[in-house]
Write a protein of this length. Structure first.
Length: 169
């Protein structure tokens, strides 16, 4: 069987990001930017959430809670991959690049400077549909799944505030 040209295969990473963006929107996040890039690197998804408790609250009636910005790194991997579903690919060097890129985003959009910021990681698994279906290897149920271009995708884990900002140190 001849190898198909690379253009024949879907962009697995893009589809994984689409799945995560869809899930974020279904949980009341607003997608501000996809694949934001600068000289430091790229952030897959930048999303904003207005908490239900925005505005006045019982603890401090004059306190106004700012929206939360999530800088989301999406790791899409096949089952049995070498890097723990993408977790071990989030090295200190990668975290520093993400932090610097987030800083550039905030400099370009100063109206977001007062938002609470965090770095989230989304773990997406994919497998070809044509193969014998496998059980998910973790005890957690997928947050969302989709079949696209002959593959089954599962948002297996979403890790809010997965690492501290390298800018904070």
């Amino acid at each position: 069987m001849a190898n198909l040209p690379p253009s024949h295969y879907p962009d697995i990473g893009q589809i994984g990001e689409d799945l995560v963006a869809q899930w974020l929107e279904s949980t009341d996040w607003v997608i501000l930017h996809r694949r934001f890039s600068c000289r430091w690197g790229e952030i897959d998804i930048i999303a904003q959430h207005h908490d239900c408790n925005s505005g006045k609250n019982a603890i401090s009636p004059n306190f106004t809670q700012y929206p939360t910005l999530a800088f989301v790194e999406v790791k899409t991997r096949s089952f049995g991959n070498w890097d723990a579903g993408g977790r071990s690919a989030i090295t200190l060097q990668k975290q520093t690049k993400l932090s610097r890129t987030a800083g550039i985003f905030l400099a370009e959009f100063p109206q977001m400077a007062d938002c609470a910021c965090r770095f989230d990681v989304a773990i997406v698994y994919c497998q070809p549909i044509s193969k014998q279906p496998r059980q998910l290897t973790t005890a957690h149920q997928a947050l969302i799944s989709a079949s696209v271009a002959g593959y089954q995708f599962y948002l297996q884990e979403y890790i809010p505030a997965a690492f501290d900002s390298a800018m904070d140190s």
